[in-house]
Design a binder for this molecule. Structure first.
Ligand code: ADP
Ligand code: TRP
Length: 326
């Protein structure tokens, strides 16, 4: 059973990325055979257009993932572009991709609706994603809800290739990441790089304390009881709190007579402790740059061996590889 997912290196990881995706990838890593996780730098190239930035984000993502517990002994971690077979497979799939299918995909449709210029990379983004998945005979693809449409496209493309050329690809299933793990940002909206409301996983403690103090809260008087469940500060606190701590804080909310500053201080201390071991591991890894390259190199070798096999199968099926002469 192959579990596979990709994550774009478009900036430093924030709490939303960790609780909403990365933690769940890590939980799945040893579960059912060897999971494949990759850093989707070719997809990121549709938005990050600066050479040094893309390279730095890619390495940062690798360091972050390993520091957070992605274990190269259990899962295969690699960089998307280190497996060129995927780009070739992408072309084979592209030849059978109806334009209308891609025109309905949201990333492209949204951009076009906003009157922004979209390029062919963004338009064909779902086909590359399908190649990412099919290249490794993936069975299960853990993704956020926003990616479900892309998994459907992948299944469509695989099924029509199989129909046209004979059984070639394994049809994958999406595993939707836990919806309840939606993390609010410092302004109460969904935490996202695009909203500039993030708290970074690897923020240094002093900077993190300051950012947490700036979390937007309402202006109800201290005495007034408050509903914990509808408060984003409480939701953030709950990410790190034990059940007992959560209950205690909820009781404080319902009773009233406290300031949000106290909650923020408690949140900062819990978050700093929670990510403390990962911060320490990351510093160790930073001190051995070769180690990370080695992990990515080994990962790419494992991933390539599988992708080569699947690409050959697809090439044979559609006739772009000449049969041996007799
Ligand atoms: P961003 O919105 O910051 O650009 P991405 O779209 O790169 O984040 O998300 C990468 C992964 O993290 C996706 O699987 C996504 O579902 C998850 N994720 C991002 N933000 C959140 C959030 N606020 N809560 C839960 N999961 C999130
Ligand atoms: N498009 C995904 C995202 O933005 C990243 C991604 C690229 C991916 N290729 C993939 C995820 C293949 C799962 C499988 O989150």
């Amino acid at each position: 059973m192959r579990v596979l997912s990709g994550i774009q290196p478009t900036g430093r990881f924030h709490w939303g990325n960790y609780f909403g995706a990365i933690r769940q990838y890590i939980d799945l890593q040893g579960d059912r055979g060897r999971a494949f996780y990759f850093i989707a730098n070719l997809h990121a190239l549709t938005t990050v257009r600066e050479r040094a930035t893309l390279a730095r984000y890619t390495l940062d993502a690798a360091l972050d993932l390993v520091a957070l517990g992605l274990d190269p002994e259990k899962a295969t971690l690699f960089v998307q572009s280190d497996v060129p077979e995927v780009s070739e497979l992408c072309w084979l799939l592209m030849t059978g991709t109806p334009m209308g299918l891609l025109e309905r995909c949201v990333a492209y449709k949204d951009k076009k609706a906003k009157g922004l210029a979209a390029d062919a990379g963004l338009f064909t983004y779902p086909v590359l994603m399908a190649a990412d998945i099919l290249a490794y005979d993936s069975d299960i693809v853990p993704v956020g809800e926003d990616q479900i449409q892309h998994i459907e496209v992948c299944r469509d493309l695989a099924a029509s290739f199989n129909h046209e050329f004979g059984e070639t690809f394994v049809l994958p299933k999406a595993k939707i990441l836990d919806r309840s793990a939606r993390v609010p940002g410092t302004d109460g909206e969904k935490m996202s790089k695009s909203y500039n409301n993030t708290l970074a996983v690897f923020e240094e403690p002093a900077a993190l304390r300051k950012q947490i103090m700036r979390i937007v809260t309402d202006s109800r008087p201290m005495e007034q009881p408050k509903d914990p469940e509808s408060d984003h500060l409480f939701q953030l606190y709950s990410l790190f709190a034990s059940d007992a701590q959560r209950e205690e804080m909820a009781a404080l909310y319902r009773r009233g007579g406290f300031g949000y500053g106290e909650v923020k201080k408690a949140l900062a201390e819990l978050a700093i402790d929670f990510f403390g071991p990962a911060r320490a591991r990351r510093k160790e890894l930073e001190a051995q740059p070769r180690r990370v390259r080695e992990i990515l190199g080994d990962g790419a070798a494992t991933a390539r061996a599988k992708a080569r096999e699947v690409l050959r199968r697809a090439q044979d099926a559609c006739g772009v590889r000449l049969p041996e002469p007799c």
